[in-house]
Design a protein around this ligand. Structure first.
Ligand code: ZN
Length: 118
């Protein structure tokens, strides 16, 4: 008998599953969501860095609060995006009302409350 290396049956199974064109449909039926939905859930559940997601995935409608790190689709944009704040509470940890009003400058400044979704 030769000294051939025995394959692990589970690894053979894994390789065949990965090569199967029916895998994605089978997965969707089994898990009850699409592969993309599953991936998005995994990414959200396993990151603590929303800013990295926004950068790496080129997200357009989401920003990351510079104070608390929460995702936001509306909030304060300070000095053309140097900082973002999701709420008055987060804003006021960095700027007083008066400082913000000076930056806002009755709409002429580069700091304002806005929404990135329609
Ligand atoms: Zn915040």
């Amino acid at each position: 008998m030769s000294m051939e290396t025995k394959k692990d049956p589970v690894e053979v199974l894994r390789e065949e599953i990965m090569a199967s064109p029916k895998l994605e449909e089978f997965f969707t039926d089994m898990v009850g969501m699409s592969l993309k939905q599953y991936m998005a859930g995994y990414v959200i559940d396993n990151t603590t860095d929303v800013e990295e997601l926004v950068d790496e995935l080129d997200l357009e409608d989401t920003r990351c609060c510079s104070e608390c790190g929460s995702p936001m689709y509306e909030g304060y944009c300070i000095e053309n995006g140097a900082e973002y704040y999701c709420s008055d509470e987060c804003l006021h940890k960095h700027l007083t009302d008066e400082e913000y009003e000076n930056l806002y400058d009755e709409g002429r400044g580069n700091s304002y409350w806005t929404s990135w979704v329609d």
